[in-house]
Each structure stands twice: as structure tokens, then as C-alpha cells.
Design a protein around this ligand. Structure first.
Ligand code: FES
Length: 229
């Protein structure tokens, strides 16, 4: 058994567990995006980052890939960790603002503005689709290609794959494909107001619960009232 300290609480775990598994076991919530039970961890989104060590030796690691170690001191919600997480969410939101999953994260973590250029991409390169295709569907029909800004996920040679069974697992697991906001193109801000209200966009769009600002779809009661006052 290993003994470590998470947020000041002494915890014990089996060797081989990650920090994320340990925290989840003890009921400590760490946000994740590219982690999925049943798939190998890849450490792509960095949303699960935590602070380990103390003082000058403190560093930030992704908890889904970092192993629990004897005597480790972990902070899951320090100010710096929260600030980094907000920045990561802001970057993801700029890349894929229509993703309901990312909008929900923005709302939960108080990201109300996006300072980066909005891209309206349909992929955040989390690699969940690649891993489910390879590890659960045993197909390996898609993978990452290129590097840097040209990095993307596609089939070999960008042509229809012979091994793809069109099972839809990649779309099922994708945090950007699922529950895509059906409203107009969102602007660079999120209000998060719907989090405490009956989401009015559900009356207008079948499966969307939009957390974007008033100019996104125009159904938000709170914003309508604000305009009328
Ligand atoms: S959930 Fe750990 S890096 Fe994405």
C-alpha cells in the first residue's frame, strides 16, 4: 500500500493507481475530458492537471497519467491549478465553441470570456475516437497524422478505411460531436446563466442545452430580461 496526501487528507492506495483513480476513489472530483474508463490514458487535454510537490519543487502533472507514489503531496484545486484549468477550457472553447461538453465545463469553472480567436473546429485532438476504435472496436481505422498546427485525426491516406465498420463508436465518444449546439454560430463569450435556470434553448432545439451568451440563440430568459430593462 502507498500512503500519500491529497488536499491535506492522508489516503492509501494500491501500487499502480494513478492520482486520478486515487482521487476518484476518495470522492475528490477532478475534471477530465480525454480520460475514459476502459480506455488507455493519453494525457492529451491536460484538464485533469494537479499540483504535486511543495514550494519551489511544485510541478503540474496530468493526474490521469501520473502514478500515485509513496509520500506524494497533491493539490487538486489550488489557485494555480484552477487558473490553468480555466485557461485550458478557454482554449478548448475557442477551438470548438459549439461543443456542449466544453460549454458545460466553461459554465462549471466560471469561464465567461474567450480571449482567443474563435475557430469553430470540430476536433480538439483528445484522441478518444482513436483509442476507442483501436482498443474497444479492435479496428484501428483512424489515427493522428502530422504535427503541430497540422495535426489531425483521419484514416490512412485520407481515404475511406477498409477496416472501418461504421460502428459509430468514434462519434459516440467524441466530446465535440455529441450534443453539438444546434443554434447559430456562437460568439466569443459564454454566460453560464442557464446553469441555474430552466434551459430555454431546449424548447427551440431538440437536444441542445446552450450555455452561450444572449446573441447565441436568443432564447435565454435571463438575457432577454436584461435587454428589456
Ligand atoms: S483527462 Fe487527463 S489529460 Fe485529459
Amino acid at each position: 500500500m502507498l500512503t500519500l496526501r491529497i488536499n491535506g487528507i492522508v489516503v492509501q492506495v494500491e501500487e499502480g493507481w494513478t492520482i486520478l483513480e486515487t482521487a476518484n476513489f476518495y470522492g475528490i472530483d477532478i475534471p477530465t475530458l480525454c480520460h475514459h474508463d476502459g480506455l488507455s490514458d493519453y494525457g492529451a487535454c491536460r484538464l485533469c492537471l494537479v499540483e504535486i510537490g511543495e514550494g519551489k519543487n511544485a510541478k503540474y502533472v496530468s493526474s490521469c497519467t501520473y502514478p500515485a507514489q509513496e509520500g506524494l503531496v497533491v493539490r487538486t484545486h489550488s489557485k494555480k491549478v484552477n487558473d490553468y484549468r480555466k485557461l485550458i477550457i478557454e482554449l478548448m472553447l475557442a477551438r470548438c465553441p459549439s461543443s456542449k461538453t466544453i460549454q458545460d465545463l466553461a459554465s462549471k469553472y466560471g469561464v465567461t470570456k474567450v480571449r482567443f480567436k474563435i475557430k469553430n473546429d470540430d476536433c480538439i485532438l483528445c484522441g478518444l475516437c482513436v483509442r476507442i476504435c483501436k482498443e474497444q472496436m479492435m479496428a484501428g481505422a483512424i489515427d493522428f497524422v502530422n504535427r503541430g498546427k497540422d495535426r489531425k485525426i483521419t484514416t490512412p491516406f485520407d481515404i475511406k478505411s477498409d477496416v472501418c465498420r461504421t460502428c459509430g463508436a468514434c462519434m459516440y465518444i467524441c466530446p465535440v460531436c455529441q450534443l453539438r449546439c444546434q443554434g447559430p454560430e456562437p460568439p466569443g463569450t459564454v454566460c453560464g446563466g442557464c446553469a441555474n435556470l430552466q434551459p430555454t434553448c431546449l424548447d427551440h432545439y431538440d437536444d441542445a442545452q446552450c450555455f452561450m451568451s444572449e446573441t447565441a440563440c436568443g432564447t435565454c430568459v435571463r438575457e432577454r430580461i436584461k435587454k428589456e430593462v
